[in-house]
Design a protein around this ligand. Structure first.
Ligand code: PMP
Length: 440
């Protein structure tokens, strides 16, 4: 495999070496890791990526999820070109597409009556937490353990490198995480105990979770979990925040909230919201809650301030609006979901036939391939694995080797364990991919 990289990826290697001098670690994007060096991409189209050396890959990374329509969708690109010709990327004033995008999102997402656009998922989660604290006048935030909600000080708390157990985030003073709590997914008793305890010391402003379970369902939650959390939030007067950065529009136009029939008070959006174009982040929610972003209006003069020079710029809005209209028209979530089903069924067949200790499962276009042989339902089972001597190092090594092998066989995935399918993944693409998985 390493010889393949040496022979076929000289251009990527050269650029990666050059990058190391001016870019810390040689990579900017947190998902551009690849062993032995990151691929330098020249062209992206539909289901495929082509690197600077002319190698073509099936793209199951999809930049971490935003390109539900496949890369570089021509209809969206055309609209972006037209907008740029007319007014350029930003003015700081109101643009028609800002309103159109907000109306479109509100029309689909049950829990979104109003929308505030921001710069990224990280920013939107930060804003959602501030909004919840302002509205409820309470302090505590309970997040469901092991989930990634962006890299802000208060939420990156407890975060460890996937599959290694090593702490990733340092430089965060204890005070910054002083009002963040974590409880394990599926553990409703623990959540109730925390809510009870917090009642005596400032109250819980919000419970924050990903509706499929942490890391887009890497640790899945049971079917009734979200509804149970909703009930607990109502009982204790806490807001329910769904982080739908990954699931928004990918599970369906109404997100996971429509799928599960559970209405959050605040929804965090990102990724697919702008169809892969920059500045993908938004807070949506109940009108009375959302009005706390304004202040001075209605009953409260308290204001949760959020902002951003490039927030809601016309370029992001035109891209988002047309990407979502295209997703509506093409039924992208369902088509990409069927591709995910086909891929998962094929992976299961390979696993069975070869007697591999792996687990494959999917929720539509979000496909998981866990090579630990067990479903890691909670973070504690992950920690138990790491207590085995050298397990963390072994797993990291295996992840790198597997990732490199996938790449050498023309597959780009998220560390070999998470796969996003798109509208561009026809049966032929999936069948071709399955042959490649089988070879690996
Ligand atoms: N929440 C979830 C569930 C995510 O998966 C991510 C990004 N992977 C974020 C928040 C942060 O979004 P961004 O990278 O746009 O800051």
């Amino acid at each position: 495999v390493l010889r393949w990289f040496e022979q076929k990826c000289a251009g990527s290697k050269r650029l990666a070496e050059q990058a190391k001098a001016v870019i810390p670690g040689g990579v900017q994007h947190n998902l551009a890791f690849n062993h032995p060096f990151p691929l330098a991409i020249r062209q992206a189209e539909g289901a495929y990526l082509t690197d600077v050396d002319g190698n073509r890959y099936i793209d199951f990374l999809q930049a971490g999820g935003p390109t539900l329509l496949g890369s570089n969708h021509p209809a969206v690109r055309q609209k972006v070109h037209e907008l740029i010709d007319e007014c350029g990327p930003v003015t700081g004033l109101l643009h028609e597409y800002e309103v159109k995008l907000a109306e479109l999102v509100c029309s689909h997402m049950p829990g979104v009556e109003m929308l505030r656009l921001l710069g990224s998922g990280t920013e939107a989660v930060m804003g959602a937490v501030r909004l919840a604290r302002t509205y409820t006048r309470k302090k505590w935030i309970i997040k469901v353990g092991g989930a990634y909600h962006g890299w802000s000080d208060q939420l990156v708390y407890g975060m460890r490198l996937p599959n290694t157990g090593r702490m990733e985030a340092t430089g965060i003073p204890r005070g910054a995480t002083g009002h963040t709590q974590e409880c394990l997914p599926n553990d409703l008793d623990a959540l109730r105990r925390k809510l009870q305890l917090n009642r005596l010391r400032g109250g819980t402003a919000a419970v924050l979770l990903e509706p499929l379970g942490p890391e887009s369902g890497t640790r899945p939650v049971h079917a009734g979990y979200n509804a149970e959390v909703r009930k607990l939030c109502d009982e204790f007067g806490a807001l329910l925040i769904f982080d739908e950065v990954v699931t928004g529009f990918r599970i369906g136009m109404g997100g996971a909230q429509a799928y599960f029939g559970v209405r959050p008070d605040i929804t965090v959006l990102g990724k697919c919201l702008t169809g892969g174009y920059p500045m993908a982040g938004a807070i949506g929610g109940r009108k009375d809650v959302m009005m706390s972003l304004v202040g001075g209006i209605g009953t409260t003069s308290r204001r949760a301030f959020v902002g951003g020079t490039l927030s809601a710029n016309p370029l992001s809005c035109v891209a988002g609006y047309h990407a979502l209209r295209e997703a509506e028209r093409s039924n992208a979530a369902v088509v990409a979901g069927r591709a995910g089903d086909r891929l998962r069924l094929g992976l299961e067949e390979i696993i069975r036939r070869r007697g591999l200790p792996y687990v494959a499962y999917n929720m539509g276009s979000i496909v998981h391939l866990q090579t630990s042989g067990v479903l890691l339902l909670d973070t504690s089972s992950l920690w138990k694995l790491f207590k085995v001597k050298d397990e963390a190092r072994r797993r990291k090594h295996m992840m790198e080797e597997m990732g490199a092998a996938y790449t050498a066989h023309g597959l780009v995935t998220l560390a070999g364990s998470r796969i996003y399918t798109s509208l561009a993944d026809t049966d032929d693409v999936i069948d071709d991919a399955l042959n490649r998985f089988d070879d690996v």
